[in-house]
Write a protein that binds this ligand. Structure first.
Ligand SMILES: Cc1cc2nc3c(=O)[nH]c(=O)nc-3n(C[C@H](O)[C@H](O)[C@H](O)COP(=O)(O)OP(=O)(O)OC[C@H]3O[C@@H](n4cnc5c(N)ncnc54)[C@H](O)[C@@H]3O)c2cc1C
Length: 293
């Protein structure tokens, strides 16, 4: 694999990065950790004349509490995310995803922003972040816009990101009491295998143990991370028991749009959706009941 020729630019500020991207447009790509981009360039998935590194931009680094939640800057690596005290204490469901991703070496380079911006359907962070009601900030010299994470994706490797926009940060609100979430995924081996299917689930329980709000998002079984509203509404007002789990798992399977590829058939993926939906919901309920979110 040989990297095709491209001019390398290092932006020192958001303004510079945005201007360079606006100048070169489709002829260019931002570089964060490079774990997706460099593979794509080396395998000729696409060719670009310009690579714009974001890595010197200090404004894109760090994790901090803010306005009732946590602000995760786009260049935060997966290992930094997993080691963060706020994430470990408040968002164990995010750790379900980080511990399954790739290898420790890749997690040292791979960024949260890159995992989202690449819009690969099997990416592990988008489903659990969508369940946690995360929002994204897209920054350009003409302003910043904020949108719910699930509205970012329009198809495989396609997003609503425009011209010079940079994914600058992800905001995740602290969940209310009696909320729990979890992410369950299946890969072909325990390490360094992308998800064949994944399901993130979140449950808000009432004092009586009944479900007040449910959120379920599928991964790797649709062109984009897919919130399954039909399955969610089946749970509201119910307790999580075998019958309600069966109904929701069936609805999630119906809502999935899996494809067959070298990793699995569409039928196998659909079966996985049912199993992983049950697993994610049961863990979410345990966390909600145990006050662990
Ligand atoms: C061997 C291997 C195993 C992997 N396993 C997994 C896995 O298990 N789970 C998983 O989810 N992923 C996996 N990946 C994919 C990849 O590591 C992650 O998606 C990673 O988080 C991408 O981040 P990055 O910083 O490396 O992105 P880059 O490769 O630098 O960029 C990816 C894309 O996003 C764009 N981009 C990056 N940052 C921004 C930004 N701030 N604003 C706008 N656009 C931006 C780039 O232009 C590029 O198009 C694996 C990759 C490899 C090579």
């Amino acid at each position: 694999m040989i990297l095709s020729e491209a001019e390398f630019h290092e932006a020192a500020t958001l303004e510079q990065a945005s201007e360079l991207m606006a100048r070169w447009g489709a002829e260019s790509r931002f570089l964060a950790g490079g774990t997706d981009l460099l593979v794509d360039l080396k395998t000729d998935r696409y060719r670009v004349g310009h690579v714009i590194s974001l890595n010197r931009i200090a404004a894109l680094r760090g994790i901090s509490p803010a306005n009732g939640g946590v602000r995760i800057k786009a260049l935060t690596t997966i290992n930094e995310l997993a080691a963060s005290a706020i994430i470990r204490e408040r968002f164990p469901a995010i750790l379900d995803a980080t511990r399954e991703m790739a290898t420790p070496q890749i997690r040292n380079l791979a960024t949260v922003g890159g995992n989202i911006a690449s819009a690969v359907p099997c990416a592990d962070l988008p489903p659990i972040l969508a369940v946690l009601h995360a929002s994204l900030s897209l920054w350009s010299s003409s302003g910043e816009r904020v949108l719910p994470l699930e509205d970012f994706f329009i198809g495989p490797r396609q997003t609503v990101r425009r011209g010079g926009e940079i994914l600058s940060e992800i905001f995740v609100p602290y969940p209310p009491p009696r909320f729990g979430a979890a992410y369950a995924r299946f890969g072909l081996r325990e390490a360094n295998a992308v998800a064949v299917a994944g399901v993130a689930a979140g449950l808000l329980l009432g004092k009586d143990g009944r479900v007040v709000e449910a959120r379920i998002c599928l991964s790797a079984v649709a062109p984009t991370p897919k919130l399954v509203t039909a399955a969610e509404s089946l749970l509201v007002g119910k307790v999580l028991d075998r019958a309600s789990l069966d109904r929701v798992a069936a609805a999630a399977m119906d809502a999935s749009q899996p494809i067959s590829d070298l990793r699995a058939t569409a039928d196998f993926r659909r079966e996985l959706v049912g199993i992983l939906t049950r697993r994610a919901l049961v863990t979410a309920q345990e966390r909600a009941a145990g006050g662990k979110q």
